[in-house]
Design a protein around this ligand. Structure first.
Ligand code: B12
Length: 243
């Protein structure tokens, strides 16, 4: 019998929404239909998966309280630790009767390929349109290697794609229909501008504002992410954490 995605996923989605995350369902088949063989996920096409995004408010709602509670134990990136802890605990609370395989954006396979391609997953789930260099006809950058970027219809580039959860053995059939992501950067000129900002000037963050947005990172969050990862521990100490 077909499973209703809402019944299964709603409590998990709501738990994460209040913490500044968004959750979008997809079928593994949609993802495997766009990525190359080497990146395919080994589940049946109808298997239900969820892609999780963090929105700007995650920083204040979860990360700062996390720092207050945990004296981040050394080695791992504090944001990654915090996101993993948050998603894992929502899975234990709301999806405890499911067999869930979680992959985080920063996790690599032994082959050094990412465990999942976050941008392709966000696109096929309808969360954020993935603008790829090959979408631009006759590009001004010629053969130069350019990376693609996802744009969210309400957050522009002010978000991150954090995890893919596969609900092993949950097959969706017709109960889950694919919705295309909003194509909010539609003209060739705007796509060129977006890809140039993302590739050539990503440090000025203007690619994130390629469309009008509802929310941005706070000044404190900007300061954190502008700081290079090896200096962030020192910044946190200046802010009074780990004293
Ligand atoms: C490795 C990596 C990098 C590398 C290489 C980038 C790259 N794209 O290869 C480096 C270090 C350069 C990098 C830099 C940055 N990165 Co980075 N990076 C990644 C990471 C971990 C893997 C990307 C990867 O290896 N892709 C492999 C290639 C082959 O994939 P691909 O080009 O998308 O090709 C596939 C698609 O084209 C697909 N495909 C084919 N046809 C079609 C058709 C359709 C319709 C679709 C949907 C797909 C599709 O098939 C191909 C594979 O077979 C991802 C997180 C993740 N797990 O995905 C973050 C990620 C891409 N990075 C991100 C960001 C923000 C950055 C930086 C701005 C730094 C930062 N973190 O702030 C810079 C900006 C880039 C720059 N100017 O240098 C974000 C992008 C968010 C967004 N809005 O799109 C991601 C998603 C991380 C996240 N948590 O959100 N990054």
């Amino acid at each position: 019998m077909a499973t209703s995605v809402d019944v299964l996923v709603q409590p998990f989605r709501e738990a994460l929404n209040v913490l500044g995350f968004e959750v979008y369902p997809l079928k593994i088949g949609w993802y495997n239909a766009v990525v190359s063989q080497a990146h395919q996920l080994q589940y049946s096409a109808d298997t239900l998966a969820l892609v999780v995004l963090s929105t700007p408010s995650m920083f204040e709602k979860v990360f700062l309280p996390f720092l207050q509670k945990n004296c981040c134990q050394g080695v791992r990136d504090p944001i990654d630790q915090c996101v993993a802890q948050t998603i894992n605990s929502c899975v234990s609370e709301c999806l405890h009767d499911q067999n869930v395989e979680i992959s985080f954006d920063y996790e690599m396979l032994p082959s050094r390929k990412p465990k999942f391609l976050a941008q392709s997953a966000a696109h096929v789930a309808g969360a954020a349109y993935y603008y790829r260099p090959s979408d631009v006809q006759d590009p001004p950058w010629g053969n130069k290697k350019m990376f693609g970027v996802c744009i969210h219809p309400r957050l522009g580039g002010w978000f991150a794609i954090r995890a893919l959860l596969v609900l092993k053995g949950v097959e969706m059939g017709e109960a889950l229909q694919q919705v295309p992501p909003p194509n909010c950067v539609s003209s060739r000129e705007a796509r060129i501008e977006l890809l140039e900002r993302f590739n050539l000037r990503w440090k000025d963050w203007t690619y994130r504002d390629i469309i009008p947005v509802e929310e941005r990172y706070s000044p404190q969050q900007k300061e954190y992410f502008i700081t290079s990862p090896d200096q962030r521990g020192e910044l946190l100490r200046q802010w009074g954490f780990f004293s």
